[in-house]
Design a protein around this ligand. Structure first.
Ligand code: BDP
Length: 586
């Protein structure tokens, strides 16, 4: 799943823009030939969620059609042409000139189909993509479950606390490659004293013998090596003397240029190592702390659609607060986001969309397990070469049938055993595919310890002082401290508080600082950072959330917005952002 690029050998054409759009609530589109074009379309932006582009379809999650006509240049003839969708949320089907090319399940990962044989070289080609985001118990993340997420009425019926934005969320590109092309590259780096080691594996699309070469550019020199492909595979180890290592402080990237037969591919490479030792996470052998945020891909009008200016702005704002990390809560973020993280030096916990998994109904569990494994596979295939990604996260807050089961209930509750097997299979798969990174899952209070055993780092979401002991800051902080110490005593592994936060209405002030005021959030965050600052086993603090974001409607979410952001949805800082600067931007 290499990111498409334009170079000496390859072409790329971005289909972003205004497409034709029509919803299909009665599922008549395919029968009526909408894959060839729709009557009475309305314009829609790609990328972008449809929900905030038109208010009448804000809550519409059923099937919808996107249509775009395009020429494909004659100069691409003789190459193999693919159509690649960065993300269609949740289930997308691609048609070229009326012919179905294939479908993809899962809302946050890319997919591509070869379309060479369908191309019309003399006229325009019709690209049609149908997308739906029905909420179902058999999907990941799930919806319309018998057990609601919140103890109060909420709509739409998600099992997660963010709006189920739907549509084509990332770039749709046409790209072409030579007949024999570089299908995959895997780069693994290591450090040996002052030298960097880069192991490169290259796979061609067919099991041929071929010649190629590698060039590593950067630092003081260019290193060149020959590649010999046997059965379409080649590997090479490069040693970079006096290498520049990649880190959050100095995110140095080399260019790795691969040539194989007629094809070329260039990859950014950061030389770094990541591991856990005792109570610390070590980046390049030195302790590092993950200060930052849980975030969302979310903005006014664009919804979960790729928004490049926002991306640059968010990185700038995160840096302004002194943050060096974030978690891709609660799904993989765009590839452009990952590339920027490499370049800007952010440390990422990369998460699949397994939010609030439940383990009660056997048939559904089996389906969800299959989907989660697919998501682990696709995520690692997509993100394995990003130095910024240091940890895979296979679940956020997997749930027992009731919160806080007693010790004896944990022993007898069947869902606990089922959950353990489910989660361990995901962690096992991640380690099998990538033995070089850390693996974790994120817990909520009361998560059975048998689910946590396999984690390299203990990641905890806790809301002392908000959902529990709200308004009682002293008691809340004491409870937090006790729980953090207990986690360290039990696990003897580094601990990251991956979520802690307080809803805050920007502009609401109070003295005394009652809940929902900016002063309360500022004090809450200050208290948490102070407690954590005294613990040497704390390897990171990630505030929930970087910015206010769209959630489902409920009495818990004023205006349908989760207001735990330290920035507003429009990116204005609340008082808490300045508190973070005090701690992190020194
Ligand atoms: C946590 C969830 C997160 C929510 C947050 C909250 O992981 O998705 O948005 O609670 O309630 O439990 O704000």
């Amino acid at each position: 799943m290499l990111y498409p690029q334009q170079n000496l050998a390859r072409n790329k054409f971005d289909l972003s823009g205004i497409w034709d759009f029509r919803i299909d609530p009665d599922l008549v589109g395919e029968q009526q030939g909408w894959q060839n074009g729709v009557v009475n379309p309305r314009p829609i932006a790609v990328p972008g969620s449809w929900n905030e582009q038109y208010e009448d379809i804000y809550n519409y999650l059923g099937l919808a059609w996107y249509i775009k006509s395009t020429y494909i240049p004659q100069s691409w003839r003789g190459q193999r042409v693919f159509l690649r969708v960065g993300s269609a949320c949740y289930f997308g089907t691609v048609y070229i000139n009326g012919v179905k090319m294939g479908s993809h399940e899962g809302g946050h990962l890319p997919f591509a189909f070869e379309i060479t044989d369908q191309i019309r070289w003399e006229t325009e080609n019709i690209v049609a993509i149908s997308v739906e985001n029905e909420l179902k118990p058999t999907r990941v993340p799930s919806g319309n479950m018998s057990t609601p997420l919140l103890p109060v009425a909420s709509f739409p019926h998600t099992t997660y606390d963010f709006f189920p934005f739907a549509g084509i969320h990332r770039l749709v590109v046409l790209y072409s490659v030579p007949q024999t092309y570089i299908d995959d590259v895997t780069v693994v780096t290591d450090i040996d004293g002052v030298n960097g080691i880069i192991k490169v594996n290259v796979r061609l699309n067919s099991a041929v013998s071929a010649q190629g070469d590698l060039q590593l550019k950067g630092g003081d020199a260019t290193i060149v090596a020959k590649l010999n492909f046997l059965d379409g595979l080649a590997e090479m180890q490069l040693t970079v003397a006096n290498a520049k290592f990649w880190s959050d402080k100095m995110p140095y990237l080399y260019d790795l240029v691969i040539q194989a037969g007629q094809d070329h591919y260039t990859l950014k490479v950061g030389i770094r190592t990541i591991r856990v030792q005792d109570n610390q996470i070590l980046l390049n052998g030195k302790p590092v702390k993950l200060n930052g945020y849980g975030r969302h891909e979310d903005f006014i009008a664009s919804g979960k659609g790729l928004n490049l200016p926002l991306l640059v702005k968010d990185y700038q704002l995160m840096r302004w607060t002194g943050a060096n990390s974030y978690r891709t809560s609660h799904y993989p973020y765009s590839e452009e986001e990952m590339q920027l993280a490499d370049r800007e030096g952010f440390l990422i916990i990369d998460e699949i969309p397994a939010v609030s998994l439940q383990f009660e109904d056997d048939d559904n569990i089996a389906i969800r397990q299959r989907i989660c494994l697919q998501q682990v596979d696709e995520l690692i295939a997509r993100d394995k070469n990003h130095p910024s990604v240091i940890m895979w996260c296979v679940a956020n807050e997997p749930m027992t049938p009731r919160l806080n089961l007693t010790a004896s209930e944990i022993l007898t509750e069947p869902a606990v055993e089922k959950g353990k097997g489910f989660l361990e299979r995901l962690m096992h798969r991640a380690r099998e595919l990538d033995p070089t990174r850390l693996v974790t899952l994120v817990t909520l209070g009361g998560t059975p310890s048998s689910w946590v055993e396999q984690c390299d780092v203990i990641c905890m979401n806790r809301y002392w002082g908000w959902y529990v002991l709200g308004g009682e800051m002293d008691k809340a902080l004491a409870a937090l401290e006790q729980e953090l110490d207990a986690a360290w005593d039990t696990w003897r592994k580094p601990v990251i508080l991956t979520e802690f936060g307080a809803d805050t209405l920007a502009g609401m002030h109070g003295h005394p600082n009652v809940m929902w005021t900016e002063e309360y959030q500022a004090e809450y965050i200050r208290g948490h950072l102070r407690v954590a600052g005294e613990k040497d086993y704390i390897a990171g603090m990630q505030v929930w959330n970087f910015a206010d974001f769209a959630a489902v409607q409920s009495i818990m979410r004023v205006g349908g917005i989760n207001m735990k952001g330290v920035f507003t949805r429009g990116r204005t800082p609340k008082m808490a952002a300045h508190v973070l600067r005090e701690f992190w931007a020194r």
